[in-house]
Design a protein around this ligand. Structure first.
Ligand code: ADP
Ligand code: MG
Ligand code: MG
Ligand code: MG
Length: 395
């Protein structure tokens, strides 16, 4: 038994060296391996390890938030990420890194190391992302959403995930606070101070009671609709790309919830990018359309191919199934618009902001981008479709 300690590069080298299967993936001797810390998220330590014959990515939880040692946190978040990877990998194949091992004492997750891939947010920033990546994300969400839902599995299998992921309360609490609550709370200490240019806009948003009512409905959707196993943190920093190879990483926020939450987070981040780089608006709209086309085709096909796979829907005739599919997909789009709106707002005024705003040329342009994101977010939360909201907010 190894007891928990945060591993530095040399401790990790020894740890991998003592595990034959993992060492064999890397090849050569431990001294030949090149270890590089690649942590860039808020929460965990991540090392990329390259050997003569392969690469591993090793992710370890810390007893606190990585970027804030005073914010203490239980160690079990990589446990949930490992469980999530095991739960969805049969359905998504190479759309995520291959899962290799999990050490429950060290809270150390070991997966395929992606040595050529780059984080999508970074690839968008420096112009190296190849258009069309969203078709793969639509496929990812379509596959996970169908196969982990009450339509895709017998209820016993779904309830296993309900029980397992109901315990992911630390990270679900972060979502409830940071995404679904704080942005609407005036003077919330976790929100970030912004340029005074934005004071009036933020004050108006936070005193808008219609908006708060709509956000309350989204809170209810998030917590009370366990439709499928969600990734839970599907932003452009949780996607890695290399040419047209697209991988989803960082599933530690996994929980059972409304399918539109994963869609909305992802699409909200595309819209944030469009706010920061308005000349890319049409490209981002094309990505959004691709995402839906891919998700909807796949979701319908999977449902048609497996009409008896779950306990919900097994009674439907083919015609009723078609109208049930249309209604389900409409509801997913509706939820997605609301959650995308929340993501736009919380990434603009909340604790965890996005690097996309650094792409604006100056302070005035940045304030304008943030103002647009807040307006777009509000319009979406109040019930506009994504097309309507983009039309109204980009003039
Ligand atoms: P956090 O939960 O702290 O956000 P992530 O899982 O997002 O951690 O990983 C942090 C960074 O590590 C990613 O942004 C990416 O650069 C790198 N990374 C994560 N997984 C892999 C992988 N499988 N292969 C290569 N790099 C990875
Ligand atoms: Mg991350
Ligand atoms: Mg992160
Ligand atoms: Mg994470």
């Amino acid at each position: 038994m190894t007891s928990y300690r945060p591993l530095d590069a040399e401790a990790l080298r020894a740890c991998l060296g003592a595990r034959n299967t993992l060492a064999a993936r890397l090849g050569g001797a431990p001294a030949d391996w090149v270890l590089r810390e690649v942590s860039d998220g808020n929460l965990n330590t991540v090392f990329l390890v390259e050997g003569p014959t392969g690469a591993l990515c090793c992710k370890q939880s810390l007893p606190h938030v990585r970027v804030d040692p005073d914010w203490k946190m239980p160690l079990d978040r990589t446990d949930f990420e490992a469980r999530y990877m095991r739960a969805v990998s049969p359905f998504v194949g190479h759309l995520m890194p291959e899962f290799h091992a999990f050490d429950a004492e060290l809270h150390l997750l070991v997966m395929e190391g992606l040595t050529h891939h780059r984080v999508l947010r970074t690839a968008l920033a420096d112009g190296t992302a190849a258009a069309g990546f969203s078709a793969r994300i639509g496929e990812y969400v379509g596959r996970t959403a169908f196969h982990t839902s009450w339509r895709g599995r017998p209820f016993e299998a779904v309830m296993k995930n309900v029980a397992r992921f109901a315990r992911n309360t630390t990270l679900t609490r972060i979502t409830v606070d940071l995404v679904l609550t704080d942005p609407c709370v005036p003077d919330c200490p976790r929100n970030r101070p912004l340029s005074p240019d934005l004071d009036e806009t933020v004050a108006a948003l936070q005193s808008d009671s219609t908006l708060r009512d709509a956000v309350s409905r989204l809170q209810e959707r998030f917590l009370c609709c366990p439709q499928a196993l969600l990734h839970g943190d599907l932003h452009t920093g949780s996607v890695m790309v290399h040419g047209d190879d697209v991988r989803v990483i960082d599933g530690e926020f996994a929980l059972m919830g409304p399918i539109g939450f994963d869609c909305g987070l992802y699409l909200g981040n595309l819209l944030l990018h469009a706010c920061a780089r308005p000349e890319r608006r049409e490209w981002m709209q094309d990505e959004i359309a691709l995402f839906w086309r891919s998700l909807e085709h796949l979701y319908r096909d999977l449902w048609d191919e497996n009409p008896q796979a779950g306990d919900v829907g097994a009674l439907l005739s083919p015609e009723s199934r078609r109208s049930a599919q249309a209604a389900t997909l409409r509801a997913i789009r509706r939820d997605s618009a609301g959650f995308a709106g929340l993501e736009l707002i919380r990434r603009t005024i909340g604790y965890a902001q996005v690097a996309d705003y650094a792409l604006t040329p100056d302070r005035v342009a940045e304030a304008e981008a943030r103002r647009r994101a807040l307006a777009l977010g509000r319009t979406l939360i109040l019930g506009a479709t994504m097309d309507e909201a983009v039309e109204a907010c980009f003039q």
